[in-house]
Design a protein. Structure first.
Length: 303
């Protein structure tokens, strides 16, 4: 029998999603196209691959055997096609990827694993970007691509796609009155000195470390530093408070500080940057891997 690669893909995605509508959305085809492909395979095999009811879709035992047999081979075919396409586009050499926060680093590492499988002739090096002057490594060619907090608006830097957005929190000393609250407001920033960072563009600092609350109240300034661990040390010492991503509580937990979520602050966007002079096929190929990994992580798991 003859089965096209696209039909194999439809079968494998349906075997994972167990939902015709989600499969169609993921593959950007119509549900009718999914149904037609599955019926064609079932006719060729002579047995049902899925049990369908009005409430559920389940693999049959024969469908499970087919899934297990096809999955590894299909992945090898995809990797071979990607490697050939990469060679044709010049996706070779070395790529230096930087990230600004630990939760960005986990995404970059996972994407790098997928990228290496597709492009074995390209070596990927991963770095944490500096808090002080984070754009300098992009401009001098030390880093090729960077995942960082936005906004960044520079004429010589390309803004790639936003990969994800995160809620904000305020990190406060453990004994601070805010530490007893479930949430804080942007207006609460007027009540304590704000510990800030230096070495970032002024518009970036104004976005993340405003000088006034939404109602126009002045926000007092505390110490400023160039390192995140120093921010935490200053907060713990009672020198002030500092805004951050709420997820920092999972990565930088310590007994002398508390992360209190904002209930009215905009999300923090995390996006990709690269130098305008360095818009290479390799950079764009790695961007694709990051987008795929970010999309995979944002999709709720279905049991």
């Amino acid at each position: 029998m003859t089965v096209e690669l696209r039909e194999i893909e439809i079968f494998l995605v349906l075997a994972e999603e167990l939902h015709f509508g989600r499969t169609a959305e993921r593959l950007r085809v119509t549900p009718a196209r999914v149904s037609q492909a599955i019926k064609k395979q079932e006719r060729a095999i002579g047995a049902e691959l899925f049990k369908r009811t009005s409430r559920s879709v389940q693999l049959t035992p024969i469908g499970a055997v087919l899934r297990d047999g096809l999955a590894a081979g299909y992945q090898q075919i995809k990797e071979a096609l990607s490697a050939a396409a990469a060679a044709g586009r010049g996706v070779t050499g070395e790529l230096d990827v930087a990230y600004s926060a630990a939760w960005c680093g986990t995404l970059v590492v996972a994407a790098a694993d997928a990228f290496r499988a597709r492009h074995p002739n390209c070596r990927v090096r991963i770095h944490e970007s500096p808090l002080l002057d984070p754009l300098v490594p992009l401009r001098n060619g030390t880093h090729d691509i960077q995942l960082i907090e936005l906004p960044i608006d520079e004429p010589d830097i390309v803004n790639g796609p936003v990969l994800f957005s995160e809620p904000r929190a305020l990190v406060v000393p453990a004994g601070h009155p805010f530490a007893q609250q479930d949430t804080v407001s942007l207006e609460d920033l007027a009540e304590s000195p704000l510990i800030t960072v230096t070495g970032q563009p002024q518009y970036f600092l104004e976005h993340h470390y405003p000088r006034r609350t939404p109602k126009g109240r002045p926000i007092p300034r505390g110490p400023s530093t160039t390192a995140w661990q120093e921010v935490l040390a200053l907060v713990a010492a009672g020198k002030g408070v500092s805004p951050t991503c709420a997820r920092a509580a999972q990565y930088y937990s310590r007994p002398d500080v508390v992360y209190v979520p904002f209930h009215d602050a905009p999300l923090v966007d995390y996006g990709l940057l690269w130098a305008a002079t360095n818009s290479t096929p390799t950079v764009h190929a790695f961007t694709e891997s990051l987008l795929e990994e970010a999309a995979r992580r944002s999709t709720p798991s279905r049991q």
